[in-house]
Ligand binder design. Structure first.
Ligand SMILES: NC(=O)c1ccc[n+]([C@@H]2O[C@H](COP(=O)([O-])OP(=O)(O)OC[C@H]3O[C@@H](n4cnc5c(N)ncnc54)[C@H](OP(=O)(O)O)[C@@H]3O)[C@@H](O)[C@H]2O)c1
Length: 359
């Protein structure tokens, strides 16, 4: 029988390492794995499936040895260059970057939402943006029942969404604060908190490898680059990708994407207006029985989704579901998911798993 081979590209990154973790957990019928990253990581050892794997530098010949599948998590530039090479050699690429998401001949897939699109691939399948994935898992069953008229997204995105350097920015801020706090405590011979809560970037004495401003004690309404229309690329991605995945090209959507000092798991406040009226209890039942969703919605017991609880899981957690009284048929709700797992690694592995089942 033919051996199934899978390449993990960007295996040393935040998403790539989580891809390895999810592959270990899911135990797919794959016979051989090869781990790729940049030149900087060539020769590095990664523990995976109880074995030490040597990371290989990705190059033009990497796919010559014949792969069935590849999960790319190495950014858009790498994907643009190497995904077409891989697919030209018979390998189906699932790419985590935004390089191909809006291409007409590239399916943009969330297995709970549009698994039927997988078969339409021509060698490349795109994984949507992390904030889009968790939103559409919740929106799809509501659109099917009540027909969505308009969506307003407001996101509260974790630093892990910006890769290793994003995490480093928050860590650096915390370390700096702890050092100042410790000096203050020693000088004052007291445990009291410093009264100086001014963390202005003008006074910054540590490195920010990722963001323009400190993320510690801050919120940054700026994710990815600014576009001419005043939106950020992240906001535009959420708008366009939602339309493509829900197959609603004219759907009215607006978005504000904000980076917050949370290590992992994105939170989103979503306002939806429907064409049709709904019963709130029925709507909640639809959400709780939809694939991939866990409804956590009991305000009397203060139960609602939290980033710290969603982190490490593959489900999309939904709560604070309530009627929006400012329109005829609308709701507000709160959606939280692990951006590295469901927002990237687990979604990609789920896609590969589906392809394996069908072959
Ligand atoms: N973080 C998230 O929540 C999230 C969610 C959805 C999608 N994504 C997407 O997933 C991708 C990876 O994100 P990340 O957060 O894991 O970033 P990251 O932590 O910065 O890791 C980047 C990875 O890409 C590799 N790489 C860089 N240049 C390369 C090259 N020339 N050839 C081969 N490998 C190269 C790096 O290898 P070295 O270690 O050798 O540098 C590393 O393994 C990005 O496209 C990102 O937009 C991220």
């Amino acid at each position: 029988m033919k051996k199934i081979r899978l390449a993990v590209v960007g295996a040393t990154g935040l998403v790539g390492r989580t891809v390895l973790k999810v592959l270990e957990e899911k135990k797919l019928p794959i016979d051989e794995y090869v781990l790729f990253a940049s030149k900087n990581s060539s020769g590095k050892k990664l523990r995976f499936m109880d074995k030490d794997y040597i990371v290989q530098e990705l190059n033009d010949l990497s796919f010559d040895s014949g792969f069935d599948y590849a999960i790319f998590s190495a950014g858009g530039k790498v994907a643009k260059k190497y995904a077409p090479i891989a697919s030209s050699k018979g390998c189906i690429v699932v790419d985590n970057s935004s390089a191909f998401r809006m291409d007409n001949d590239v399916p943009l897939v969330v297995p709970e939402v549009n698994p039927e699109e997988i078969k339409n691939n021509h060698g490349i399948i795109a994984n949507p943006n992390c904030s889009t994935i968790q939103a559409v898992v919740a929106l799809k069953p509501l659109d099917a029942k009540y027909k969505i008229k308009r969506i307003v997204y407001s996101t509260y995105q974790a630093v892990s969404g910006a890769g290793r350097n994003g995490v480093l920015d928050l860590q650096n801020g915390i370390i700096d604060y702890m050092q100042k706090f410790s000096e203050f405590s020693q000088n004052q011979n007291s445990n009291a908190l410093s009264n100086d809560l001014n963390f202005s970037s003008a006074k910054l004495n540590y490195e920010l490898p990722k963001f323009n401003y400190p993320i510690f004690s801050n919120c940054l309404p700026h994710i990815d680059v600014f576009l001419d229309n005043g939106y950020t690329k992240e906001e535009e991605k959420m708008i366009n990708e939602t339309r493509k995945i829900l197959k609603r090209p004219d759907l009215k959507i607006t978005a504000t994407a904000v980076r917050v000092p949370v290590f992992n798991a994105h939170s989103e406040s979503i306002n939806v207006e429907f064409e049709n009226d709904f019963d709130l209890t029925e709507l909640k039942n639809i959400l709780s029985s939809a694939p991939g969703i866990v409804l956590q919605d009991d305000i009397e017991k203060c139960i609602y989704p939290l980033a710290i609880n969603a982190s490490g899981h593959d489900n999309v957690f939904v709560g604070r579901v309530r009627r929006d009284y400012s329109v005829d048929y609308g709701i507000n709700f709160w959606v939280v998911a692990d951006n590295i797992r469901k927002g990237a690694a687990s979604n990609a592995v789920q896609i590969v798993k589906k392809m394996l089942k069908e072959c």
